[in-house]
Design a protein around this ligand. Structure first.
Ligand code: NAI
Ligand code: MG
Length: 348
């Protein structure tokens, strides 16, 4: 009997539906080529869900995702994503940053600084300041707002174990990003070092978040795995967009303890380009690669990587990559079609 997979697509809004459509097309084509059966069901989240059901992340969407093999997510500007992450306890957010060979000249850095960069951000995703107590109030000094950063030690320890495991399977270096000089009550460094006692082959270093931002731009090759809390991981990983050439290139996987996951690009709804068909779908397609890897479908994953590389090697570029000279401007639909064709040729 052939393997079968059920994927829930949650396109959301802005460029979300455009990049999800491209990814679903590619995934469906791969399923045919690789001989696994695939069912894709669509659910609503964000603005659409709110207009229809009065909730950004309705129960119906949660139930649809329950028991699926993966969630393919677009983007939302309104709400719903935090609730979705929390609902499934997707505490592990993996964000690989690796430049593509054909795009070295698209980086904000010189090619020699970017060639060989291979960073994996491990971002804690269901706690920290995004989930702490918040509100607005008033006292004798005036109106004020507040957000609370709170981490249980066990929340830091569990994501640290994941990051340490990743470092062990890579180059053995883990950088813990923190701000303990100003926020000493949340002791990321000592908790991670305690967990690291079970990973003697991993070198753990700590780096203040402000310095980390500078080092990522100055010398990104020094990093292997970067572990960060929710807020710092969110902010720092966007620097990866400038490193590889566009925010539209970067994928992510959000996983829970059992390996169930949500796959999305790291970008948002990009309202400035939404509806024009020009969004770069490669971040979300990269997220499909991560989903295939998570399923153990390594052949399908590497075929997809190769198909993308071949299309780029032929010179096709979406506008965010500032095509120049011999390069050919492609919209999302054309780029997707070219990837599908390359996949077929690889399969021949
Ligand atoms: P953004 O990531 O949507 O866009 C930043 C810049 O990158 C824009 O100039 C945009 O045009 C460009 N860009 C992003 N993705 C691109 C792609 N695939 N192809 C070409 N260019 C691309 O961040 P921004 O503008 O700060 O936020 C817009 C909205 O998205 C906000 O409401 C934010 O809350 C939301 N957001 C949602 C996320 C999610 O649903 N997971 C993640 C990040 C932001
Ligand atoms: Mg972000």
């Amino acid at each position: 009997m052939s393997e079968s997979y059920r994927v829930v697509a949650l396109p959301g809004e802005g460029i979300g539906p455009e990049v999800v459509e491209a990814s679903v097309k590619v995934l469906q084509h791969l399923a045919k080529l690789e001989g696994f059966s695939l069912v894709v069901e669509y659910g609503s989240i964000g603005e659409l869900a709110f207009n229809e059901e009065g909730k950004f992340f309705p129960l119906r969407t949660a139930q649809l995702c329950e028991g699926a093999d993966g969630i393919l997510f677009g983007a939302v500007a309104t709400g719903g994503i935090l609730e979705l992450r929390r609902h499934f306890d997707f505490f592990i957010n993996l964000r690989p940053v690796r430049p593509l060979a054909a795009l070295l000249d698209k980086s904000s850095l010189q090619p020699h600084k970017i060639q060989g960069v291979d960073i994996l951000f491990v971002r804690e995703l269901v706690s920290g300041i995004y989930f702490g107590r918040s509100g607005r109030s008033e006292d004798e000094d005036g109106s004020y707002g507040y957000h609370t950063m709170k981490y249980y030690d066990w929340q830091i320890r569990r994501v640290a174990r994941v990051a340490l495991g990743k470092a062990r399977s890579r180059r053995g270096l883990l950088t813990v990003v923190h701000k303990e000089n100003a926020l000493p009550q949340i002791p990321w460094c000592s908790l991670v070092r305690e967990e690291a006692e079970n990973f003697p082959d991993v070198i753990v270093e700590s780096m203040l978040v402000d310095n980390s931002a500078m080092q990522l731009v100055r010398d990104p090759k020094q990093f292997d795995v970067i572990l960060a809390g929710n807020l710092f991981g969110d902010i720092l990983s966007d620097i990866g967009g400038a490193l590889v050439g566009s925010l539209g290139l970067l994928p992510s996987a959000s996983l829970n303890e059992s390996g169930f996951g949500l796959y999305e690009a790291i970008h948002g709804t990009a309202p400035d380009i939404a509806g024009k068909g020009i969004a770069n779908p490669l971040g979300t397609i990269g997220a499909v690669v991560m989903m295939l890897q998570q399923w153990g479908k390594t052949h399908a994953a590497s075929s997809l990587v190769e198909a993308v590389e071949r299309v780029l090697a032929r010179g096709y570029r979406t506008v965010d990559l500032a095509p120049q000279g011999e390069e050919i401007v492609a919209n999302a639909e054309t780029l997707t079609e070219l990837i599908v064709q390359e996949l077929s040729e690889l399969g021949d």
